[in-house]
Design a protein around this ligand. Structure first.
Ligand code: SAM
Length: 119
């Protein structure tokens, strides 16, 4: 999210239920100089209306991804969903890619979808 705001100048809203993660993310956004573009809120993701998002980025457990499905189905057509490491069970991704992170020197799997979702 911070990287996307830095590279593309897009606005982003991040949610986490853990206050330490929220604080850490706010520090990251400030360090990257994008605190004007990135808002981090302490919220339960399952109570958030995601319909205004054009891109939703997830790094949740497979169980949480599945639970989020009703909210993802309400996204406008053409919205994009990116999930780090875990797929959404039962929903066919449009693409699965592997990226190498210079930060942790590991390969990461990204699952990509465009709405409407394909079962
Ligand atoms: C695998 S970690 C990802 C951490 C970090 N967001 C990242 O991208 O590196 C999953 C995160 O989901 C958060 N989380 C789990 N359930 C949540 C919920 N219901 N609402 C908001 N955040 C939640 C956890 O607190 C945890 O920080």
């Amino acid at each position: 999210m911070v990287a996307a705001a830095k590279r593309y100048g897009c606005r982003a809203v991040g949610y986490d239920i853990d206050p330490r993660r929220v604080e850490q993310s706010r520090v990251n956004a400030k360090r990257a100089g994008v605190e004007n573009l990135v808002k981090i809120e302490r919220r339960d993701l399952f109570e958030v209306d995601l319909r205004r998002a054009s891109v939703v980025v997830l790094y949740l457990s497979p169980k949480s991804n599945a639970r989020l499905l009703p909210q993802l189905e309400r996204l406008a057509p053409g919205s994009r969903i990116v999930s780090h490491q875990f797929d959404i069970r039962g929903i066919r991704p449009d693409k699965v890619i592997e990226v190498y992170s210079k930060e942790d020197r590991h390969r990461h799997t990204l699952f990509l979808w465009k709405t409407p979702l394909n079962y």
